[in-house]
Ligand binder design. Structure first.
Ligand SMILES: [Ca+2]
Length: 400
């Protein structure tokens, strides 16, 4: 493997949902606004300073990944073959704060997704327990108090990890949604609404001096993938696979666009999740009741009794991201692709040369005119070391 040392220019990925911690941080805090105005984002280096083996590996140069598969039409009902039957609910009481997701076989995907990376596929998943809510600040604080864990955003990056970075920029912090107060930027440009903020972390999601006092029941944010995994292990749980997550998010509905069925947000004045209304990125009307993160569980649950599977904060999944995985992956309990670096590729994402993890569910920043990734069949991805003030998670637990 060859170690990448030269900075690269990030591709123009038109999304509200992918602030790369390290790419923003590379820009430099004092000069961010100036640099952003010329729409240049510089990536300084790979992934994570965290614990998973794969993320410790340096990226390798590789040929560009293939384009995502083309979407196909809605599959006919005669293709409804059963891959796995639902798992009977265990007779034991549900773990605290969790509900039983029976699994079974379902149509996974959304051929209308803006990324064209989720054609219909027939998938079977086994049953599991799942948190009814996104992990909250109060819950994460218990983990930190018990273990002394320091999140990725709280760690000071080192020159060894990011050899091309300006030492002045090697400060602990994370990405914060901060739209510039200028005329509305073109939505097709690289995101101009993320700022790397010194000191931003789960303790202070928008950066100092703000904190989380009074927000104990809000989802914890500024979570990198490694932080979510560390919490899950401590709790005796794990992150859901992408297939498990989507099965759960659909709440028993078959091939419906939303977790709640077919009605778009705002139908007859009703809002079903915390997303973004108004003019993205600089004017959120908050018609759904919230202009930022909402406390956990403020919108109706889906058919499985799960809250906020759509919108509010992104939820990390266990899988690496592969744009073609819906074509190449197995149909029974898919676990996601292997670490792309182990097969000599920097990434399986055609948009970037950095390995990505899957995240699902969208956030309070999902606006229909720009990002509809709060729909259950759509996908998104982010580098494992990237937190942001809309990145959270929930856990699942296997049957013993
Ligand atoms: Ca909202």
């Amino acid at each position: 493997m060859s170690r990448r040392t030269a900075p690269v220019i990030a591709p123009p990925t038109p999304t509200a949902s992918r602030p790369s911690r390290r790419s923003l941080w590379a820009i430099g805090i004092p000069t961010l606004a100036l640099v952003a105005l010329v729409a240049v984002v510089v990536l300084i280096g790979p992934g994570s300073n965290a614990s998973d083996k794969g993320s410790k590996e340096k990226e390798t140069a590789s040929t560009p990944p293939e384009a995502p598969p083309r979407p196909r039409a809605t599959p006919p009902d005669e293709d409804n073959k059963e891959i796995l039957a639902p798992t009977p609910r265990p007779t034991i009481p549900a773990p605290q704060g969790m509900v039983w997701i029976p699994g079974g076989t379902y149509w996974m995907g959304d051929p209308t997704s803006q990324d064209k990376d989720s054609p219909w596929r027939r998938v079977g998943v086994s049953g599991f327990w799942m948190d009814t809510h996104e992990v909250t600040n109060a819950e994460f604080e218990k983990f930190v108090q018990a273990t002394g864990y320091k999140t990725v955003a709280e760690r000071v990056p080192t020159k060894e990890m990011y050899p091309t970075a300006d030492p002045a920029n090697l400060v602990a912090g994370s990405a914060v949604f901060s739209p510039l107060k200028i005329d509305r930027p073109p939505l097709e440009t690289p995101p101009l609404w993320w700022k790397y903020v010194k000191g931003a972390s789960w303790r202070s999601p928008e950066g100092p001096p703000g904190g989380i006092k009074g927000r104990e029941n809000y989802p914890v944010v500024q979570m990198a993938w490694d932080d979510a995994v560390a919490y899950a292990k401590w709790a005796g749980k794990r992150l859901p696979t992408e297939a498990e997550w989507e099965f759960a998010a659909r709440g028993g509905l078959d091939r419906q666009p939303y977790c709640w069925g077919t009605d778009p947000q705002g139908t007859e004045g009703k809002y079903f999740s915390n997303s973004y209304q108004g003019r993205f990125p600089d004017f959120d009307t908050g018609k759904d009741g919230y202009t930022g993160v909402a406390p956990a569980g403020k919108f109706p649950p889906n058919g499985h009794g799960l809250y906020d599977m759509s919108g509010n904060v992104w939820e990390w999944c266990a899988d690496y991201y592969d744009a073609r995985y819906y074509v190449t992956g197995p149909d029974k309990n898919p676990q996601g692709p292997e670490d792309p670096r182990r097969i000599g590729r920097a990434s399986l994402d055609p948009d970037t040369n950095q390995a990505q993890r899957v995240r699902r569910g969208g956030s309070f920043l999902c606006a229909d005119e720009y990002c509809k990734r709060y729909l259950p069949g759509t996908r998104d991805k982010s580098p494992a070391d990237s937190g942001a003030n809309h990145n959270g998670f929930r856990c699942v637990k296997d049957v013993k």
